[in-house]
Design a protein around this ligand. Structure first.
Ligand code: GTP
Ligand code: K
Ligand code: MG
Length: 369
């Protein structure tokens, strides 16, 4: 029996099993078997078996400070959107599957260079290799932000279908990794600790799942009330935690009441490419979701360079800024101290070391030895 059939079989068994205390353990084990098979499917892809291989023209080199992927059903307006916010013209048309490959564009925003990838439309079953599904999903995995583009007239059904496709290949949207320590070892058996009461899991199920994965020695410390699925995410370890924003396009085609309702959904921004509506707002939300941090450099005796900031991740320290200027600068042999002006500074300027936390729009001057 192939992997696909075994997946189908387990899904069927799960759907037939009633959910209650008595079946909790059994369902947990089925879930772990399912997770294992799905991972095998993914690994098969990256090894070039399955539908993933032989598509060099699909791969686009990462460029700029961050990468945003446009994912959605056919004809929701992904290409129209790319052509509206970048200089790149990606062919758009009223028929499905107009776009057949990955088309990159560049957006310059607030001093940052953001790569936007227009992708072919995906349909239900994409994760199993329908259409260009696998290549699209592999590209989505490499993004810092996924824009899940939806057609306003079908948003209610499209959103959950797309989410399921992406989740089935290990993409976790707008989630943080579970607060669990998991450390496989060579010997010593399983050491299990939960620092909080567990309401969806228990120690026995944890052992059962680890047994499924042939893990017999490991330290486990569970620090939050996780679900079985979250425990599997930790054990498998190949999940991709990515920010995701739902972009509802074509709001010109629905009633104002419906626009209002959609706009209030979590992680959602509504737009119309046809009417050029709400782009400013979308860019602001995108910026927020990318969690970037701009740091302006200044040379001794010169004003700060506000044109070309260092673009770092939120939470960046002085050491990250130094590395972005030049690798050798973060070396304690070269770095003496830095002067920092801005939100992170107690006074302007503050004299700081490599571990100082920077804030968006700080100004930095590095003093070398
Ligand atoms: N009413 C309306 N139509 C739009 C809007 N944006 C795009 N369209 C139309 O939707 C159709 C599909 O647009 P595309 O940009 O090709 O869609 P896509 O998602 O790239 O489609 P594929 O590449 O086939 O997956 C075109 O006829 C566009 O003119 C919009 O805001 N409102
Ligand atoms: K289209
Ligand atoms: Mg397109």
């Amino acid at each position: 029996m192939g992997i696909q059939e075994r997946i189908k079989e387990i899904e069927l068994e799960m759907s037939r099993t009633q959910k209650n205390k008595a079946t909790e353990y059994h369902l947990g084990l089925l879930k772990s078997r399912l997770a294992k098979l799905r991972s095998q499917l993914l690994e098969g892809d990256s090894a070039g078996k399955g539908g993933g291989g032989g598509d060099r023209d699909f791969e686009v080199v990462k460029y700029g400070d961050a990468r945003v992927a446009l994912v959605g059903f056919p004809s929701v307006g992904k290409s129209t959107f790319l052509s509206s916010i970048t200089q790149t013209q990606s062919e758009a048309a009223a028929y499905e599957f107009t776009t057949l490959t990955c088309v990159p564009g560049i957006l310059n925003y607030k001093g940052a260079t953001i790569q936007i990838l227009d992708l072919p439309g995906i349909i239900e079953g994409a994760a199993q290799g329908k259409g260009r599904g696998r290549q699209v999903i592999a590209t989505a995995r490499s993004a810092d932000l996924i824009l899940l583009m939806l057609d306003a007239t079908k948003a209610n059904t499209q959103a959950p279908l797309l989410e399921r496709e992406l989740e089935s290949v290990g993409i976790r949207m707008n989630k943080r990794p579970p607060n669990v320590l998991f450390k496989p070892k060579k010997t010593g058996g399983i050491a299990f600790t939960a620092t909080v009461p567990l309401t969806h899991m228990n120690e026995k199920l944890c052992y059962g799942i680890l047994h499924e994965f042939k893990i017999h020695n490991a330290d486990i410390v569970i620090r939050e009330d996780i679900t079985v699925d979250e425990f599997l995410d930790v054990v498998e370890g190949n999940r991709q935690y990515i920010r995701c924003l739902h972009v509802v396009n074509k709001i010109d085609a629905i009633t104002i009441e419906e626009v209002d309702r959609l706009a209030r959904l979590p992680n959602t921004t509504v737009i119309s490419c046809n009417l050029n509506l709400n782009f400013e707002r979308l860019l602001e939300v995108m910026w927020e979701y990318l969690e970037l941090c701009r740091v302006y450099t200044r040379r001794r005796g010169a004003p700060p360079d506000f044109e070309d900031p260092l673009v770092l991740r939120k939470g960046a320290k002085v050491i990250d800024a130094c590395r972005a200027i030049h690798r050798s600068l973060a070396d304690p042999h070269n770095f003496r101290y830095a002067l920092v002006w801005g939100l992170s500074a107690k006074h302007d300027p503050q004299r700081v070391g490599l571990q100082h936390d920077l804030d968006d729009e700080d100004v930095i001057q590095v003093i070398k030895k």
